[in-house]
Design a protein. Sequence first.
Length: 110
Amino acid sequence: MSHHRSSPDIRQLRTAYRLLRRVSTFTALGYFVLFLVLSAYEPGLLGHQVSGGLTAGLLLGLCQLPVMIAAIAVYEWTAQRTVDPLAAAIRHQAERPVPNARRYTDGAAR
């Protein structure tokens, strides 16, 4: 087990996955935190009328859904491009039969 944890492929996969998680988390939470900070420190800005009865605060609040959907889409796209191929390569390598391994009755190679 320790061999797998120190494998360069596993380290590369962990790094790619960690970066993916951080970017998507900071994207989603960053927009929400911006909204909260503006609500606390700039209530006049959020109360500004944009059009008709629509205020800047309401407009920013309504934009949270598209931002979250975009964050999810970027997460999926990036995962398919970077993390999934690494995981598939590691899985393929792990599933290869071990040469010259003796097979036991339970089917495990030792």
